[in-house]
Design a protein around this ligand. Structure first.
Ligand code: FES
Ligand code: FE2
Length: 385
């Protein structure tokens, strides 16, 4: 965010700390527990959220150089994303046009992709370069058997893909700014394209993917659940929240924020004391930490609403005098807090949701990010409850 916005958020946080208040949602929100456990709901979410909307794929550093590629299953869509020789980013269904094998695996740098099954080759723009049996496939037109294109975009240092093929009459470019709304300027100011990737960790907790997102959308639980880890460093149950379409931004204060009070406002630097948590709908949480970026992405499990896959990536600044051990420590704290405290509790909550004993969960007015997230889901799904 820019300097004026940083000062405004700082003022709001100090006001809340002094008044023992926090930003409030308009009203308390009741959600049915089947939102976390029903297969019908999971299918609707896959179609409306994970096929129709742009999905965040990482910062630009994930495809740093021409020829870099990544593959990933995005809620059941095998995705191949490439950076071409011209620097542009493109995405495809990672499905060979012969008999469907994935043409690329993992991530790396390549000039072309050779399908592991029978050796057909494709270039970085998805064009079929050749089959390996000219007689058997005589008459197959190479030009119309390229990889199926998925709309993609690189914007403000972020990569996006829409995991549904380009439709007739549609271009392969995604319009990202329209969906980001006022958050676009905020994210542009973060210069996300300058951050190299430091680490990636993946887990598959037995929780619904939305619970993995919920974890980051309130600090009400921090002094309780995290009292032995990050609790002492944060002011619990205090935050600002600003919605931007389906997305949102929550800012929370570290206990060190008191240090700014002795300074005139124009000299205050909130950066070491305020954490900004961007919710990129539907499944990404981008946390602007004091000196690095931590990103969490949650994906629904393929057959079970009670399972998900979660990825945490840490991006550190390009210019830093801190040794790798410092970033390793940050990674470790994030893992211990979320993967060893939030998710294990969440697994027990998921069992409770699936037991049928309760019908709803409540998000309080003091949890405006949660209220916004679940209202946005209802809007995007077109359901009333
Ligand atoms: S499935 Fe790819 S070459 Fe046969
Ligand atoms: Fe937590």
């Amino acid at each position: 965010m820019d300097r004026n916005e940083e000062l405004a958020v700082g003022r709001r946080l100090l006001g809340h700390i002094d008044g023992r208040t926090t930003d409030l949602a308009d009203s308390l929100f009741r959600n049915r527990v089947i939102a976390y456990s029903s297969r019908e709901r999971a299918n609707l979410e896959r179609d409306r959220l994970f096929r129709d909307l742009p999905i965040f794929m990482g910062l630009s550093a994930r495809l740093a150089k021409p020829g870099d590629y990544v593959t990933e299953d995005v809620a059941g869509m095998p995705v191949l994303m490439t950076r071409g020789a011209d620097g542009s980013v493109k995405a495809f269904a990672n499905i060979c046009r012969h008999r469907g094998a994935p043409v690329a695996d993992g991530c790396g740098n390549a000039r072309a992709f050779t399908c592991p099954y029978h050796g057909w080759t494709y270039d970085l723009a998805g064009k079929l370069l050749g089959t390996t049996d000219k007689v058997g496939f005589a008459g197959v037109d190479l030009a119309s058997h390229g990889l199926v294109r998925l709309p993609a975009a690189e914007r403000h240092g972020m990569l996006f893909v829409r995991p549904k093929p380009v439709q007739p009459g549609e271009g392969p470019e995604l319009d990202i700014d329209a969906g980001l709304g006022p958050i676009a300027a905020d994210l542009a100011a973060l210069q996300l394209d300058t951050y190299p990737m430091f680490s990636t960790d993946r887990v598959a907790p037995r929780i619904n993917w939305k619970f993995a997102v919920d974890t980051f959308l309130e600090v009400y639980h921090v002094p309780h659940l995290h009292r032995k880890t990050i609790g002492p460093y944060f002011i619990g149950n205090v935050g600002t929240f600003d919605g931007a379409g389906l997305n949102g931004r929550m800012c929370v204060a570290r206990t060190s924020i008191d240090a700014v009070r002795g300074l005139p406002e124009t000299e205050r630097n909130y950066r070491p004391h305020v954490i900004s948590i961007y919710q990129l709908f539907p499944n990404t949480i981008l946390i602007f930490q004091v000196d690095h970026i931590e990103i969490w992405r949650a994906f629904p499990g393929r057959d079970d609403p009670g399972r998900c896959e979660v990825e945490m990536t840490i991006y550190r600044p390009a210019e830093t005098d801190k040794p790798d051990s410092y970033w390793e420590k940050n990674r470790d704290i994030a893992i211990r807090t979320v993967m060893e405290e939030d998710f294990p509790l969440g697994e027990r909550m998921q069992i409770g949701f699936e037991s049928g004993a309760t019908e709803e969960v409540l998000y309080g007015r003091n949890e405006p990010s949660l209220v916004h997230f679940h209202s946005s889901i209802r809007n995007a799904l077109g359901v009333a409850a």
